[in-house]
Write a protein that binds this ligand. Structure first.
Ligand code: S3P
Length: 437
């Protein structure tokens, strides 16, 4: 908890052409694979957020030289697949679940011991989902009681590939096992009945590691090498999502979001907003660094409540706080189910959103794996809400404030810089009424 707070209020219509910062998932993976590659890789569009920088700092401490010739650019001098060395002391992943879970797999295959720690929020997040399958591969990782961080990873273990069913639909779990699989004897296979984001698979292929993958399956064998390659990080769909919702709910808005990453495993919110009646048009579709990108023009539209199809849940897992705000401004009822994972994100996102929206007078009922929200096209009131240190909750309430009838004070907003540095200024530049308190 910190005392950095924002005040959001009804603002002007959102207008302009903007590009949000680089993708967080891609930035983590780019640093990891570039560090382990033979040769020098250049990363452009790197997210200058605390989560990605925490991962970068960890690799520096394990002996990788990384230059920053300009903001958003990294030149990584790879040390090769077996070139990392032990750092002195614990490795701090900050707020980043992705950093900690992917590193657990990668470090399980090293010859040396490591300890992964995180901030107060990360220290409460479940790690058995990675330590248990890693143990099946032969890894030795000690956790605190209840499977919580810190993770004490014992090096020098012989790993063997396993076949794993990713029932939680977690890209972090899948990626963790694939990274451990780089160091394992034999084949590591991950099956998914609900496919998750495939950045690790795509990037391993781009760095020259043989990998077979398709929606629902990924398989690799150990014992190859990674070849340095340049990576262009697309703008983060999850950061663009706040403005897709804001422009949809504020009358008169007409906004262009440029070069947004459109990996189909990330764009669930786009489908759901369209089902609700949103006016979002894609143009200039192209490719950047092997990832689909497009410009998204979003104009205000009257939204209506829907039952969110469960098939979209993994493809919009980070977008539910923003969707809840859209639902609060829609006519009729929106039902979210099948999203139990929201309970173990940076905060319990079902409980935090429900409590904040209720404070603003929104009719929201929590269920175990989602919520039922009855919106009102007339918006809602103001009030004091808490983000509980969760970046996406803070940004979602900043968006909600644009449609509130009074001021919304949002507490504990410092962690927005983990994923979206510059959010406040960018939002102001589009017309949002948002300021630091
Ligand atoms: C991520 C996967 C998702 C997502 C997170 C980033 C990744 O987590 O919520 O923000 O980069 O692999 P889960 O794997 O827990 O669903």
């Amino acid at each position: 908890m910190n005392d950095m707070a924002w005040i959001a209020a009804p603002g002007a219509p959102l207008r302009g052409h903007v590009q949000v910062p680089g993708d967080k998932s891609v930035s983590h993976r780019a640093i990891m694979l570039a560090a382990l590659a033979d040769g020098t890789s250049r990363i452009e569009g790197f997210l200058e957020g605390e989560d990605a920088r925490a991962t970068e700092a960890i690799f520096r401490r394990m002996g990788v030289s990384i230059e920053t010739p300009a903001p958003g650019v990294r030149v990584v001098h790879g040390v090769g697949i077996d070139g990392l060395r032990a750092a002195d002391g614990a490795l701090d992943c900050g707020n980043a679940g992705t950093g900690m879970r992917l590193l657990a797999g990668l470090l399980a295959g090293q010859a040396f011991d490591s300890t992964l720690v995180g901030d107060a929020s990360l220290s409460k997040r479940p790690m058995r989902r990675v330590t248990e399958p890693l143990a099946r591969m032969g890894a030795r990782i000690d956790t605190d009681a209840g499977g919580l961080p810190p993770l004490r990873v014992h090096g020098g273990q012989r790993l063997t590939g396993i076949e794993f069913d990713n029932t939680l639909a977690s890209a972090q779990v899948k990626s963790c096992l694939l990274l451990a699989g780089l160091y394992a004897d034999g084949e590591t296979v991950v099956h998914e009945s609900r496919p998750t984001r495939d950045y690790t698979e795509r990037m391993l292929a781009a760095f020259g590691w043989p990998i077979d993958f398709a929606p629902g399956i990924a398989r690799i064998t150990g014992g190859h090498r990674l070849r340095a390659t340049d990576v262009r990080v697309p703008a983060d769909f999850s950061s663009a999502a706040f403005f897709l919702v804001a422009a949809s709910i504020v009358p008169g808005s007409d906004l262009l979001l440029r070069r947004v990453g459109m990996n189909p495993r990330r764009t669930g919110l786009l489908h759901v907003l369209r089902l609700m009646g949103a006016d979002i048009v894609e143009s200039d579709a192209g490719e950047e660094g092997g990832e689909p990108v497009a410009d998204l023009r979003v104009r205000h539209a009257a939204l209506r409540g829907i039952d969110v199809p469960e098939q979209h849940v993994p493809d919009m897992i980070d977008e539910f706080p923003a969707l809840f705000v859209a639902a609060a401004c829609a006519s009729g009822t929106t039902r979210v189910t099948g999203a139990h994972e929201l309970r173990v994100k940076e905060s319990d996102r079902i409980a935090t959103m429900a409590s904040g929206l209720r404070t603003l007078g929104v009719d929201i009922e929590e269920v175990d794996d989602g919520a039922t929200i009855t919106g009102s096209a007339g918006g809602f009131g103001g009030g004091h809400v808490e983000s509980h240190g969760d970046h996406r909750i803070a940004m979602s309430f900043a968006v909600a404030g644009q449609r509130a009838r009074g001021e919304v004070r949002i507490g504990d907003t410092a962690n927005v810089s983990t994923s979206f540095p510059g959010f406040l200024t960018l939002a102001q530049s589009m017309g949002c009424a948002l300021r630091a308190d």
